[in-house]
Design a protein around this ligand. Structure first.
Ligand code: C2E
Ligand code: CA
Ligand code: CA
Ligand code: CA
Length: 279
């Protein structure tokens, strides 16, 4: 039994070591990928439900890996979030996304003049002391007004990071908009919405997917609550006309999803005013 126990400890050791090595390798690769320009942003439109007008883009990162092809964020963001690498990635995303929106506005003021850019910010990055300065830097370098930048954060951030609250206050003081991503999947209750430092709620895709009356009632409830607290609402994951119609009846003003537009690289985004209808 003793030998067995030792064996198990050694096996565990080996598995742990392999995992740590794999993570270290991925980190080295990400760092190299950043330096080599292997990352790119795709942009997904957010549409006004009633008017069908383009209101915003969400920047979504992809890794054009030399061997593995296009790697989705789910395969490297969680690993990057284990270290300070996520802050480096976040900085790159902030700078690239703000420059892109600024370029579109310059080429197409009529179509992009008041369109905003949403960027996903990880918990660790929000907790870092330098984020506020980095946002200020990205705005200065791009020449973009603060009001045209939206930072998307998930609700776990607010619970896990004691400094998040103070940093959010500083960011909002700059004039940046803060959006609560994946709402409904975490622990934030509707009652807590009043106290949060956010301007917008993004209802998680899973609620739209539900065809049950109860799921639909939940969407209705979240929209009503958000409005009561003066928050804008974005419904994520709209895949059908039917879902869009339902959102319009409920009074949800903003929507995002494959039905309205898939994430696309900048070179595929139209910049002439006549092409700007996204639906
Ligand atoms: P998210 O912020 O909730 O982004 C929405 C995800 O849903 C995106 O996946 C988008 O492509 C996908 N999506 C949009 N519309 C639809 C739809 O109608 N149906 C379905 N089935 N999916 C839809 P993506 O691009 O793979 O990103 C996954 C997650 O990775 C994001 O979830 C976000 O949490 C994270 N992420 C992406 N880019 C960044 C980034 O630049 N920084 C950080 N920190 N996280 C990022
Ligand atoms: Ca998001
Ligand atoms: Ca989301
Ligand atoms: Ca998500």
């Amino acid at each position: 039994a003793k030998v067995n126990g030792r064996g198990r400890v050694e096996m565990f050791d080996a598995a742990l070591r392999a995992e740590l090595e794999a993570r270290a390798r991925l980190e080295t690769e990400i760092r190299h990928g950043l330096a080599a320009g292997e990352f790119e942003l795709h942009f997904q439109p957010v549409i006004g439900v009633a008017t069908r007008e383009l209101r915003s883009y969400e920047a979504l990162i992809r890794w054009r890996h030399p061997e593995r092809g296009m790697v989705p964020p789910g395969e490297f963001i969680p690993a990057a979030e284990e270290s300070l690498l996520i802050c480096e990635i976040g900085r790159w995303v902030l700078n690239t996304a703000t420059k892109q929106l600024s370029a579109w506005t310059w080429q197409d003021p009529a179509g992009h003049g008041d369109v905003t850019m949403a960027v996903n910010i990880s918990a660790r990055h929000l907790a870092s002391r330098s984020l506020v300065e980095e946002v200020r830097h990205a705005l200065r370098e791009s020449g973009l007004e603060a009001s045209r930048l939206v930072l998307e954060i998930t609700e776990t951030v607010l619970l896990d990071e004691p400094t998040a609250d103070a940093h959010l206050r500083d960011l909002r003081a700059l004039g940046v908009t803060v959006s609560l991503d994946d709402f409904g999947t975490g622990y934030t209750s509707i009652g807590q919405l009043q106290k949060l430092q956010v301007d917008t709620l993004k209802i998680d895709q899973s609620f739209l997917r539900s065809s049950e009356p109860a799921g639909q009632a939940l969407v209705q409830l979240m929209v009503t609550a958000a409005h009561a607290f003066n928050l804008d609402v974005v419904a994520e994951g709209v895949e059908t006309q039917e879902q869009l119609d339902r959102l319009e009846r409920i009074g949800c003003e903003l929507a995002q999803g494959y039905f309205l537009g898939r994430p696309k690289p900048a070179r595929e985004i139209p910049v002439s005013p006549t092409d700007r209808e996204v639906t």
